[in-house]
Design a protein around this ligand. Sequence first.
Ligand code: NAD
Ligand code: DAU
Length: 352
Amino acid sequence: MILVTGGAGFIGGNFVLDWLRCNDEPVINLDALTYAGNLESLASIKDDPRHIFVHGDICDRALVDRLLAEHKPRAIVHFAAESHVDRSIHGPGDFVRTNVEGTFTLLEAARAYWTTLEGAAKEAFRFHHVSTDEVYGSLGPNDPAFTETDTYEPNSPYSASKAASDHLVRAWHHTYGLPVTTSNCSNNYGPYHFPEKLIPLMITNALAGKPLPVYGDGQQIRDWLYVTDHCSAIRTILEKGQVGEVYNVGGWNEKPNIEIVHVLCTLLDELKPDVAGSYSRLITYVTDRPGHDRRYAIDARKIERDLGWRPAETFETGIRKTVEWYLANQEWVANVQSGAYRQWLETNYEAR
Ligand code: NAD
Ligand code: DAU
């Protein structure tokens, strides 16, 4: 079996669902169920004996030790993190705790466990660390896309904490020989995405007739990847990736934010027309994010060349599926829009 951390979050949840769709190998899912963790996303596998959910913190060394000793996983896939850049600006402490201290705790537990393994089990063991393209910093309009050998220049508390975790993972391989792989992925989108991030926030605000808050001039560029393509990339790395290697994962889909918002409005105009007119009437430019990175782009040639992975979805197919999913899953959305979520909207948007 494998141990997944953060498997009740957006990408981890999609990964667990996909994993169990693709094969029969059981998953232990360790998640602290922060505001971003949601067991409703895993409702379809609630009674599946291949899924063992453990409510707990990756910083809890005794718990992680116990899970490893009891279940003897052949791999750890580490998603758990604080993941929202705006929240990291308002409260960086949680990011250092989970992303840095939590990764350190997992690495130490994994090292102790791996040392006890022998022969083929020791040889096969992998620690896969899920990271982000944001560690490389911000690109100018004509810069080439990020490659695996680019220097680290993180600019936000979030990306700095992820960069720190990447460095720890690298060091645990070089110093202790722990068999690690790392992926640095671009912006994901798709089902079960918490509506604090750009795409689900715009869809849910539009459907509620609320302003669509575009930061600054809306010309910041992100490279979008449909979430199940990220999941397939991680499965490919687990299966064929070389120990100690880093793989950049991206969708070859660079788009300015304002274009994304217009695409969402056009799709909603088609799929759920509003009597008041096009949803684009709700677009509102607001004060920019402090230190806002201008452009990210991933050069994903290494993972294609070495491991044969390419994304299956185009932006057009992925974004349509995403809007359709949100329209069909209004109850999931309503349930995550709790008191804590409304408080976040106030903190982040009211003074903009
Ligand atoms: P998310 O915020 O949706 O989910 C994070 C999950 O981790 C939640 O279920 C939360 O409960 C859990 N968690 C948080 N702190 C924990 C702790 N201390 N112990 C155990 N569980 C804890 O995040 P996401 O968007 O799914 O991102 C998953 C991973 O992928 C992160 O490491 C993130 O840095 C990385 N990543 C995200 C994107 C993206 O576009 N969302 C892109 C590239 C990389
Ligand atoms: O690049 C990968 C990263 O992508 C991941 O590592 C992060 O975990 C993930 O959250 C995401 O970070 P971003 O900051 O790029 O995502 P977000 O959805 O918050 O914002 C996308 C862009 O949209 C960014 O340029 C800021 C802008 N934006 C965002 C929000 C929430 C707006 O203009 N308005 C908004 O209300």
